[in-house]
Structures are given as C-alpha cells and as structure tokens.
Design a protein around this ligand. Structure first.
Ligand SMILES: Cc1cc2nc3c(=O)[nH]c(=O)nc-3n(C[C@H](O)[C@H](O)[C@H](O)COP(=O)(O)OP(=O)(O)OC[C@H]3O[C@@H](n4cnc5c(N)ncnc54)[C@H](O)[C@@H]3O)c2cc1C
Length: 272
C-alpha cells in the first residue's frame, strides 16, 4: 500500500499547471482532491513519474450564474457545492448529489472535476452531470475546448482529455423551477451506489449500470412521447449492461434501475 516513487510538483496558477503538464506529458498526472488517484497509486494501478498538484488553484473554485447558465470551477469541493446558494437556487440536483458522496472527509477533499475526469461509472456526479446536460470546459496547450457531457465518458475511466489538458469548468443550463430527483441504493450509508438515478428536465442519468455513466434514453424518449412515469421507468434498464457483483447480480441492478427511476421521476414531478 505504498505508492511507487514520484516527483511532486505544486502549481500556483492554471498557466503554471498547464506548462508542467506540457513538459512532462504522459509521465505526469494531475492531483486534485486525491481521493481517487491516491488509492490507485497505493495499489500501484497508477504510477505517474510526476504529480502536478492543482489543489492550491483557488481560481478554479467558484460557482457563478452567468446569464442562463451556471458555471462551476472544476476544483470546487463537494462540501462547498452542497451549500452553495447559486447551486441551491439554479442547479439543486448537483447540490443535493454532492451531499451524498462518500463521507464528510471525502466531501471535504474531493472535487467535482476529479470525479468527472476519473470517469467511474459507479460515481454519483457523472450521472447528475449527464442529466443536467452540462458542457465540460478543458484547457490545454492549444487553448480551450468545450465537450458536451454526453461525449465525455468514453469508456471505463476514460475521457477525451489529453494528458496535457486540465478540466477547468463545468457549465450547465440553469434549472430554475425544474423538477429534479435523485435516488441512490447502497448497502451502508457511505457506500458507493449499487445503482443510482439522477433526473432533471426530463433527462435521466444512471449510476453504476454499465462500464460508463449512462443516460436512460428509452425512458427519456417515452417521457417525451407522453408515457406515464410508471411506463417510462419500466424502460430504464434498456441498453444497460451492469456486471454481476458480489452483493448485486446484474438482474438485481437492472431491477434497481427501474424502481429508482420511478422514484426519482416521482420526486421530480412533485418538485415541478
Ligand atoms: C472512501 C471513499 C468513498 C467514496 N465514495 C464515493 C461515493 O459514494 N460517490 C462518488 O461519486 N464518489 C465517491 N468517492 C470518490 C470521490 O468522489 C473522489 O473525490 C472523486 O472521484 C475524485 O475527485 P478528487 O478531487 O479526489 O480527484 P483526484 O483523485 O485528485 O483525481 C482523480 C483523477 O482525475 C484527474 N483530475 C483531477 N482533477 C482534474 C482536472 N481538473 N483536470 C484534469 N484531470 C484531473 C486526476 O489526474 C486523476 O486521474 C469516494 C472516495 C473514497 C476515498
């Protein structure tokens, strides 16, 4: 449980972080809250030669309402998102989900950007970001680019970010007055979800129903065509491919997807 040796580099500005990443390329990894990367390094599943610590970049910690969009700095921690007044008013799904990640210690260190770049299908924030129709803003040597959330999760732990790019911001349409719901089924309070469902604006994101964070498109299409919540939720597991796990078979998790989707849609209806 001791990581391979590495060189620790601490960036004090975004530009400095980008320069460090550009000069060390594939040999470097970004360190944000460290709550996914450090466990991987301790297990020697990751062994970067250089760690570029961006934890001091307060310029990437903010939530702002800009016109009809909410802009969230990638280094914002769950513990601040859960009580952020802009988020509570204009993106309450994200605030709520941030309060259900791990335990207090995880929420005080973990960042929204770290969760999205880690791209774990079992994580909560990716499903909420998919349901929120967000756009992810990346900066790298050739400038800035915007990646729709629907194109960000390419495979297990895989995103389109280049090694020299930083995720800097998450932007989503303000959800003022929109119904939303979130359901997460765990064995114990702080466990990762066996399955979870995030709903807002008629979109449905699924937690842990396959190798990547997914949208329940059959459910969304049924809702758009006027189906009842019960009928639409019955389609939630279509197109999913959850593996069997020690505490939940694939079929049980598909069953959870249907039940949790119905509950999350009912919550959204009661809030709209
Ligand atoms: C005990 C425990 C329980 C947990 N429970 C849950 C849970 O219930 N639900 C859940 O969703 N998550 C859970 N997590 C994961 C937690 O949410 C992590 O904080 C999160 O996955 C990663 O965020 P981080 O800031 O710690 O990122 P890091 O670990 O620092 O980084 C993760 C990855 O993202 C990259 N990265 C980070 N930031 C950037 C950036 N801005 N630009 C480019 N690359 C970047 C890193 O290089 C690394 O590859 C848990 C973690 C632990 C340790």
């Amino acid at each position: 449980m001791i990581p391979a040796s590495f060189q620790y580099l601490r960036a004090s500005t975004v530009d400095e972080a980008l320069a460090l990443l550009a000069s060390h390329g594939d040999d470097a990894k970004v360190l944000a809250g460290g709550h996914s990367l450090l466990p991987l390094m301790k297990l020697r599943l990751a062994a970067p030669e250089y760690l570029v610590d961006i934890g001091a970049l307060d310029e990437l910690r903010y939530v702002r309402l800009e016109g009809d969009e909410v802009a969230i700095g990638a280094l914002s921690r769950y513990s601040s998102l859960v009580r952020d007044p802009v988020l509570l008013a204009h993106a309450p799904l994200l605030a709520h989900v941030s309060g259900l990640v791990g335990d207090r210690q995880v929420r005080h260190r973990g960042t929204i950007g770290g969760s999205l770049v880690h791209a774990d299908a079992a994580a909560d924030l990716p499903a909420a970001i998919l349901a929120s129709d967000a756009v992810l803003v990346a900066r790298g040597p050739s400038g800035e680019r915007r990646i729709p959330a629907a194109e960000f999760f390419l495979g297990p732990f895989t995103t389109p970010l280049e090694p020299a790019e930083l995720l800097t911001e998450i932007r989503l349409p303000a959800q003022t007055g929109q119904g939303w719901g979130f359901e997460k089924f765990t064995r114990r309070a702080i466990d990762w979800a066996m399955a979870g469902v995030a709903v807002t604006g008629g979109r449905v994101g699924l937690v842990n129903l396959g190798g990547v964070p997914l949208r329940a498109t059959a459910t969304e299409e049924a809702l758009a065509a006027g189906a009842s919540i019960e009928d639409a939720a019955a389609l939630a597991a279509e197109g999913t491919n959850p593996p069997d796990e020690p505490h939940a078979t694939a079929e049980y998790r598909r069953h959870l997807a249907r039940v949790l989707t119905r509950r999350a849609l009912q919550q959204a209806a009661s809030r709209s």
